[in-house]
Design a protein. Structure first.
Length: 154
C-alpha cells in the first residue's frame, strides 16, 4: 500500500492537469473570438504561441506522471486501457472516491477542451475557405479587367 504522500502527489498531478486544461479552454475561446468576431490572424498567432507554453507545461506534467506511477507498480503507459482503474485500486476507501472525483473532473475538462478545439478548427477551416473564395473572385475580376482593357484598346 503506497503512502499518503504518493497518493497526494497523484491527486495533485490530476489537479494541475485539470488547471492547464482549463487555461487552454479559455485560450480556445479567445481563438474563436479572434477568428469569428475579429478576423484577426495576428491575435490568433499570439494566442497559439501562448498555448504552446501551456502545452509544454503539459509535457512536463506528463514527465511527472512517469516519475510517480512506477512507484505504485503501474507499468501501463498513461492513457492505456486499465491504467486509471489500476491506479484507482491503490487508493483506499474514501481516498478512492476523492481520486475518482478528481479523475472525472479532469476528464470532463479535457473533453470540453477537445470539443472546443474541434469547433475552432472548423471555424478556421471555414475562414480559410472564405479567403480562398475571395482570392478566386479577385483573380477572376482581374482577368475580366485585363480582358476588358485588351478589347477596349483595339
Amino acid at each position: 500500500m503506497p503512502d499518503d504522500d504518493l497518493l497526494d502527489q497523484v491527486k495533485n498531478l490530476l489537479t494541475l492537469e485539470r488547471g492547464i486544461y482549463s487555461e487552454l479552454r479559455a485560450m480556445v475561446s479567445r481563438e474563436l473570438e479572434a477568428i469569428v468576431l475579429n478576423c484577426d490572424m495576428v491575435e490568433l498567432l499570439a494566442i497559439l504561441q501562448e498555448k504552446q507554453e501551456l502545452i509544454s507545461r503539459l509535457q512536463l506534467l506528463s514527465d511527472s506522471w512517469l516519475d510517480a506511477v512506477p512507484t505504485l507498480g503501474v507499468r501501463e503507459p498513461r492513457g492505456a486501457a486499465g491504467f486509471w482503474e489500476k491506479l484507482a485500486s491503490f487508493f483506499p476507501g474514501e481516498r478512492s472516491a476523492e481520486f475518482s472525483q478528481a479523475l472525472a473532473e479532469t476528464r470532463h475538462v479535457a473533453e470540453d477542451l477537445m470539443e472546443a478545439e474541434k469547433k475552432v478548427q472548423e471555424e478556421l477551416e471555414n475562414h480559410v475557405r472564405q479567403l480562398r473564395e475571395k482570392m478566386l473572385q479577385m483573380t477572376q475580376g482581374r482577368s475580366a479587367f485585363i480582358n476588358y482593357t485588351k478589347t477596349t484598346r483595339k
